[in-house]
Design a protein around this ligand. Structure first.
Ligand code: 13P
Length: 336
């Protein structure tokens, strides 16, 4: 099966009332972990690469690994998505490389740090939508700013400082024509999201519900949605790591989001924690080992386990065979 548009995957998820995890990758083992989890759970998948990941891999490698995945897992619909494109150029280079979906994060300026104006955000996002839809490629936009920093990209600081305003969200979707909308509801990238289990004061699910009420036909995206499980933190710390106690987004909150229009849930940190814990364990227990496979294999298995768990929890499990992919040219016609 060729790479498919994210729009098709999310439309199907909306029909079926489930969410789809979007998992970040930087190397072959992470792609393999996601694909094995997808096969095991019969899930459609979104694989995403940040700007940092594209630079780390040289995205030609990444793209060809994804093509290998389409050959090896022909039964799985797969999207290759640019996570947090900082500029029109970044999105255009991803499209030229063969990505089937891009995020134009115009909530920040091109430096990836400074919150932008509404007008700037609309103008760059609109430009990407025009270029992408002409090729049948999907666009995710962001309104409001997430907390934290991911791969050097992010407003940092207080996750409640730039929450999404529902009126602006409605206006933004109307003016840009985005397929999916990332909203800021108090989550942040990375392991340190909340200092205790989040409450309605720190994780604004009521705002998400209000945005969905106002935009019932827009696919919402939750970023910074790793649940940062205590078990994974404990493994890292048991084998010499030094993570401070921290809380992520409880699975039941992501599931509440899915009941209220969330179709894409971004997860990176949980995979990183699983991989690091597995590698630390091998280094600690078998200090004589030096074959990279001795620690990369358990690392891959640990990521596969957490990804398969999320696929089941988000409800995408069992849906890989529900539909045949619509070619990008046909998607382009539909946008016209
Ligand atoms: P986490 O850091 O919670 O995994 O979020 C990842 C993300 O939102 C990628 O855009």
């Amino acid at each position: 099966m060729p790479l498919v548009s994210m729009r098709q995957l999310l439309d199907e998820a909306a029909k079926g009332g489930y969410g789809v995890g979007a998992f970040n990758v930087n190397n072959m083992e992470q792609i393999q972990a996601i694909m094995e989890a997808a096969r095991e759970t019969k899930s459609p998948v979104i694989v995403q690469a940040s700007r940092g990941a594209r630079a780390y891999t040289n995205d030609k490698f990444l793209y060809h690994l994804m093509l290998a995945a389409t050959e090896l897992y022909p039964e799985i619909p797969m999207v290759l998505h640019q996570d947090h494109g900082n500029s029109v150029e970044t999105c255009k280079s991803a499209m030229a490389m063969g990505f089937t979906s891009v995020m134009m994060d115009g909530s920040l300026m091109a430096d990836g740090k400074t919150p932008s104006s509404f007008e700037y955000n609309v103008s760059v996002t609109r430009e990407v939508v025009e270029a992408a839809h002409a090729k049948g490629i999907t666009v995710e936009g962001e309104i409001g700013c997430l907390g934290g920093i991911e791969d050097g990209h992010g407003a940092g600081g207080d996750a409640l400082a730039h929450l999404t305003d529902p009126d602006q969200a409605v206006e933004f979707v109307r003016l840009t024509g985005v397929d999916a909308l990332a909203i800021a509801i108090g989550t942040s990238h990375g392991a340190y999201k909340f200092t205790r289990k989040p409450t309605g004061e720190t994780l604004k699910m009521d705002r998400l519900i209000e945005i969905h009420r106002r935009l019932p036909n827009t696919h919402l995206v939750m970023h910074g949605s790793s649940s940062v499980p205590k078990e994974l933190q404990d493994i890292i710390n048991q084998y010499g790591g030094k993570l401070k106690p921290t809380w992520g987004v409880p699975i039941e909150e992501s599931q509440l989001g899915i009941k209220n229009g969330v179709r894409k849930i971004n997860v990176d940190t949980d995979s990183r924690l699983a991989i690091t814990g597995a590698i630390r364990k091998v280094f600690f227990e078998k200090p004589e080992e030096f074959d990279p496979r001795s620690y990369l294999k358990p690392a891959r298995e640990a990521m596969e386990k957490v990804v398969a768990q999320r696929m089941t929890q988000f409800g995408q499990a069992g849906h890989a065979g529900d539909y045949t992919p619509i070619p990008l040219e046909e998607m382009a016609k539909r946008y016209r």
